[in-house]
Design a protein around this ligand. Sequence first.
Ligand SMILES: [Fe+2]
Length: 260
Amino acid sequence: MHVHEIIIASKRTKFVYLWTMMKITDFLSSPLKGVFEGFTDWHCHILPGVDDGFKTLEDSLAVLARYEEAGVTNVFFTPHVMVDMPNETDNLRRRFDELQAAYSGGLNLFLASENMLDDLFLKRLEAKDFLPLPDKRLLVETSYFNPPVDLFGTLRKIEKAGYSPVLAHPERYQYMSERKYVALLDNEIEFQLNIASLTGYYGREAQGRAQWLLSEEGYSYCGTDLHRSSQFEHLLESKVRRSCLKELQETVLDVSNILE
Ligand SMILES: [Fe+2]
């Protein structure tokens, strides 16, 4: 065999190998679409005109119609509350009432909030001025890059004030170590998964962390963290690892889709 024939043969082998791997990966992944049947979205930014999420009432109503078509049952609106977006509780309630008045579909809509652990949070905590999830669960987030000052101390203060912290999208916190995830779970801090993390939407690292936390049964709630309607279309078209889908169904959705 001549050298150029060896090169062609090795290229062909490489191609066959890649093609086979793609097929195996395809075989092991399943469409995400089905999870929205009976789904409770515990985290989204669909309430219009209050944060970096949806801008207009029309867009919000349009995505809620898409939610209905996909089989979603319950939606918690969780607008940001942070120094950069200091949403007042009364104003959020007013905006929610406006949306509910304009909405005639069949979804159950609820108002809560996503609270950044910053200086504004400490002021709101003093006044107990929050929009919590059911049973005084409080959805909280931190910076993606930097740990907040005294995370565990703040979480203890939240509990002392009578709330149960739910950490939003822990898989997205780049500063967080495996040890810290375990310590948080040991301290009975509940985790909320952004479902798009499983599709790789936020990158490989967040995807890997989400897959690991899912396999460790770390998540209690699941949400879209939807900021624009194209993100929901992405979810409807995406596939995820078959094993992830199974774990999602068995350890998160069976529980988190049921409202107490
Ligand atoms: Fe969010």
